[in-house]
Design a protein around this ligand. Structure first.
Ligand code: AMP
Ligand code: ZN
Length: 494
């Protein structure tokens, strides 16, 4: 008997706009596709939030005993600057600016992405396909769409005919947009484009002579449109119809809308049963975005080397902070929020450690079975991690009660409490025990440096500049930088 047989998941399906009972196509198996990063720069914490949400979902589905094939791609070609069909390819542009090969750009940022994922204890997906590794599949897909009458070629480029598609299908079904409104809101292209209509999108673009990333095709030497890769790779590995497709909210339109249109046009089927969208991470109340530069990179937050936050935070503290909000809510990254999560995380770790030393009695005064069910109920309700965390804190109260002798627990219940705590904290939420992560070393270091800053202030007040300079220079020599500001002295670790 697998856990999924007794745990019915309800998940919010962006397609229907409501929570639905999750029913996989093949019992016990789940196909899940999540749009991966465009590897032209370092991932920021917004990207991390989306991937982390799906990592936790993947972990929980596996925990329930499902055999999950999780496909997360790497976009290494075809993503143009303005997310539509114009502008330079993001990777080509970076390669041009840095005077390196596009594949060097791809390699550099793919390695960075993997390092970040390891730092945050992500599980690797089952398959991580690349757009450039699936050009043949994309060309085949375009041919299917042309053969079915939903795409046309002009001057070596191929466009999806949105208006034709909308005569028999519903373009806008996911994002709840109507083609008439889109027509109303799109700028005319002043004859600069080969498209029949501005709403049409590129399936294949003929490469300009200077465009380095290019492949031969029946239409021209060129490159595929961005939306196409995900249709080609998801259906190649998960089938023409599969269970879950995820990504950040910003991908709903046009990217995911176009994926649906492409699949319906090529195969006559809507590809995905459950569309899931993670909401945005904000910084200073504004969406974190590479394009606007309103970002913090994981390294900057982990080292404390940034202008936004008062100190460095451990990877599990950041994971915990993210899990304290539902994946569907907008989340603002703030110092206060991180400080509160840090306290909460270490309180939970303390409880886990105390748990190990508890001694069983012959009967229980607390109801562990009911508590355990509440943990599952939280996750079964659209992966509601904040409610799960509230239940874990409830368990820390039990643990403290058991420690001070105000309550008692039987042998069987103690084992159940231990396994359930471990399952949810480490396996499902992917947190790492603070001791394994170097303990609460960040706080110890901060305490020691604060003391040195105080001694330096005293030395300065006494005009003992030899001592104050020595403190600053010796700290710098071991990679700790003091920064004097109007609110006093802060520090960062390089
Ligand atoms: P990109 O590399 O820009 O294609 O983005 C990779 C993933 O990160 C996509 O699923 C985006 O939707 C997601 N993403 C981008 N910005 C944010 C943000 N500020 N908060 C949450 N997710 C984001
Ligand atoms: Zn995608």
């Amino acid at each position: 008997m697998q856990l999924y047989q007794t745990n019915q998941i309800k998940l919010y399906n962006s397609l229907s706009g409501s929570k639905e009972i999750f029913q996989p196509i093949n019992q016990g198996h789940i196909g899940m596709y999540v749009c991966g990063p465009t590897v032209y720069s370092n991932v920021h914490l917004g990207n991390v939030r989306t991937f982390m949400s799906f990592d936790m979902i993947f972990r929980y589905l596996k925990h329930l005993g499902y055999k999950v094939r999780y496909v997360r791609n790497i976009t290494d070609a075809g993503h143009l600057e303005n997310d539509a069909d114009t502008g330079e390819d993001k990777i080509t542009k970076k390669a041009r600016l840095e005077q390196i090969e596009p594949m060097e750009v791809v390699q550099r940022y793919t390695v960075d992405f993997h390092n970040i994922l390891n730092t945050f204890n992500f599980l690797p997906p089952s398959i991580e396909p690349t757009a450039t590794g699936h050009i043949i599949e994309q060309i085949e897909l375009i041919q299917n769409i042309i053969d079915n009458g939903f795409a046309y070629e002009v001057n070596g480029s191929v466009y999806f005919d949105v208006h034709k598609f909308n005569e028999t299908n519903e373009y806008g079904i996911l994002s709840k947009r109507k083609l008439e409104d889109l027509i109303h809101n799109t700028r005319e292209l002043d004859g600069q484009s080969d498209k029949k209509n501005p709403q049409d999108f590129a399936l294949w673009k003929k490469a300009e002579p200077q465009h380095i990333m290019r492949w031969p095709s029946p239409w021209s030497d060129g490159f595929p449109g961005w939306h196409l890769e995900c249709t080609a790779m998801s259906t190649k590995y998960l089938g023409e119809q599969f269970d879950i497709h995820g990504g950040g909210m910003d991908l709903k339109f046009p990217h995911h809308e176009c994926e649906i249109a492409q699949n319906e046009a090529a195969k006559g089927k809507s590809p995905v049963n459950y569309w899931m969208h993670a909401n945005m991470l904000e910084l200073n109340g504004q969406r974190m975005s590479k394009t606007t530069g309103n970002t913090v990179n994981p390294d900057e937050l982990l080292s404390g080397n940034n202008t936004f936050f008062s100190k460095a935070y451990a990877p599990s503290v950041i994971r915990f902070f993210i899990a304290q909000s539902s994946y569907r809510s907008v989340l603002d990254l703030t110092d206060d929020g991180l400080l509160a999560s840090e306290k909460g995380f270490y309180r939970l770790m303390d409880a886990v450690n105390i748990l190990e030393s508890l001694i069983a009695s012959d009967k229980s005064t607390i109801d562990i079975n009911t508590w355990k069910q509440k943990c599952y109920d939280a996750m079964n309700d659209d992966f509601n991690s904040p409610i799960l965390i509230a239940q874990l804190f409830e368990a820390s109260k039990y643990i403290n009660g058991l420690k001070d002798g105000s309550s008692a627990i039987s042998e069987g219940d103690l084992t159940l409490l231990k396994t359930t705590m471990h399952d949810f904290i480490f396996e499902v939420m992917g947190l790492v025990d603070s001791a394994a992560e170097g303990g609460n070393d960040g706080d110890k270091l901060a305490g020691a440096v604060e003391l040195l800053i105080e001694l330096r202030n005293q030395a300065r007040a006494n005009k003992d500049f030899a001592t104050s300079d020595r403190i600053r220079d010796d700290l710098q020599a071991v990679g700790i930088q003091l920064k004097d500001g109007k609110d006093g002295t802060s520090f960062s670790v390089n």
